[in-house]
Structure formats: C-alpha cells, structure tokens
Design a protein around this ligand. Sequence first.
Ligand code: UDP
Length: 377
Amino acid sequence: MSKLNIVVGAGFSGAVIANLVADKLGEKVVVIDKKNHIAGNSYDYRDENGIMIHKYGSHIFHTNNEKVWKYLKQFTDFNTYMHKVVGILDGIEAQIPFNFHTLYEVFPKTMAQRLETKLLDAFPYNSKVPILEFQKQDDDDLQYLANYVYEKIFLNYTTKQWGVSPKDVDDAVTARVPVYLSLDDRYFQDKYQGIPLEGYTKVVENMLNHKNIEVVLNTDYETYRINTQNTIDWNNVRIFYTGSIDEFFNYKYGQLSYRSVKFKLETHNVEYYQSHACINYPNNYDFTRIHEYKHYLNDKSEKTVIAKEYSEFFELGKNERCYPIASDENFDLYAKYLEDAKKLDNVYFLGRLGDYKYYNIDTAVARALDLFESITA
Ligand code: UDP
C-alpha cells in the first residue's frame, strides 16, 4: 500500500505539494484546513453582483520564475492585468512606487526638473533604491526629496501596517516598494503577471481536484489527529505542514508574532469608486489602503465593492496570521523550532507560516516545487 500524506493547510503551498505528491508519486493525500474554504488567504469568490472579491485583500500574481509560471499554467490562464498603485499624498493622487511621474505629480515643474537632473546624476536610470538607502544623501535637494518620500509615503503607512516606524521593520519590508528611477508606473516589473481568469480559489481547486486527494475542511490538525488515531497509522505518514510552526510544537518555546489585517467591505451604487484597484492612504485615516476588486478581472456590474484594509496584531483565536514580523526575537524563536523540526522524520514545513517568511504566491509555489524535488531526488 502506498504511503499516506497529510497536508495541513489548503492554501497555495499545501495545494502545490498535495498535487505533486498525488500526481507524480501516485500517493494518497489528505489535505486538511481549519478554514471552511480552500485557497488560504488567497481565497476569492464571486458575490451577488458578480464581482470577484479577494476575501483577504488583493492578490496580484507576478513572477520571473519560469518554472512556477509553467507549473501554474497547467491549472489556469491569467489575464494581462499589470498592477499600478497610487497613493494620496497631500490630497494628490500620485504614483507608487515613487518614480519620475510621482516627482512631477507632487512638485512644481521647475523644482521637479531640478530634482530629476540631480537624481539622474546620482543614480542609474531604471535603478531601484530602497527608501532607507535613498535617505543616505549628501546633496541638500536630494536629502529633501528623500525625507519627503520617507515621510509622505513610508512613515505613516508603515506605522499603521506594522505598528512601528520604517527604521524598526526589517529593511527588506520597505525595500519591496523601492524608489524607482523610471517612468514605469507598474508596481511589479516581472515578466509574468496577471490575475487567474477564474480566480485564485479555482486554481487551488484545480490543483486539488485529483483522484488521490481528499480535502477535509473545518478541521484543525490536532482534532484531525485525535479523530483518526484508530484509522490512520500516524507513525507511517508523511506530513506537510503549512500552518505556523510554533503551533505544530504547541508553542513550547513561545509564540511567533504576526501582523493581521481586516477588511471592511462596502458596496456602492456606482460603476467605479476609484481610479485604481488599489489606492494607498499613507497619511490619512486609520486604514492603509482601499481595494476595489472589480478592476482585477474587469467585472461588469452597476455596483462596486470596495474594501478598506486595517492592520492589527495577530492574536490567537481572534484573527488570522497574515504577515510574519521580521525581528531578531522572532527569528531566534523560529530557529529553535526549526532545530526541533529537523529532528523529525517525514515532517516538512513550508509556506508563509511554516517557513515564517514573507512569501509572495510565486515564492511559496517555488518553495513547494523545490521541496518536492528535494524529497524525491
Ligand atoms: N509601504 C509604505 N507605503 C506604501 C506602500 C508600502 O510604507 O505606500 C511599505 C509598508 O511598510 C509595507 C511595505 O512597504 O508593509 C511593503 O509593501 P507591499 O505593498 O509589498 O505590501 P503587501 O502588499 O505585501 O501588504
């Protein structure tokens, strides 16, 4: 009899590994999830207006990884949506990441021209400079500009999103949205980008739709183990765990911290509420951004649905884990759990929560593909 595989979590990481094990190894897989739906935080659904809602906030697929792209294309086609974001800066709708267009949107022309010349003397055209790097300037004008960008785009948004200032989050976080010495307004420059034509849930459903895969929802790992102690030989299963690694070990060294986000949905009786799918509000209001979902798949409706995004700390039993918090303390804690994880046979951790890494969908998929290769090598 072939080995039984238990995949904990039906998000992208879990679905990819489940699909590969079921399809390439021909083994039985049970995918369990404590949520009442598959697709994890990329879950989307069409509402009564026919608008595809991203329940846990906008997800925009983008990758340069050919392997990931090829793999996912087996399960979906993508549209050619290229994400562009604007932010409201002193009441002006301006391009984010900050680029040469933003320069002319927020400053008077002569001032923007002077800054543009200085910028092109200081940095190569098309370079991407993280804000914390960008602030290391000698020139007074560029110093002024760097402070402007820091204060108007990063300081308050990051404080709302992470509860601390940009200097106190891991540099890699703000580097995701660098100052871009370019005329390219897109949020991502990846070769492949788009939204799955039938949504993310459908992609995951297609991955899990396999004769060797069984999906069990509304069930957490502990409950499943207890319920199956007489029917499953737990000493002889392979476990792929995409939940939070501290939970697997019953928090024996303490809890890893996360940020969570919540979304307040509003339906409006207008065709469109805003110019872009996502508008950032760094300096006003308590939310960080407003998503208007119908932009993503060009859904037709006389109404529109928007979501205001609020950030808060993750609290067990209260909300969802969304963003690992990159800090020495959390990484030390994670390292302890990882040491214990390495001692286990046939238990593999993956995904944003299992690896405690700020993965995008493509990096989560790449990690699952690599893990599969490594266990079958
Ligand atoms: N960020 C910011 N202002 C913005 C956009 C982003 O300060 O207008 C910072 C903020 O710290 C955020 C990080 O850059 O958490 C990464 O932004 P990204 O849009 O990649 O976040 P995600 O979409 O993953 O929530």
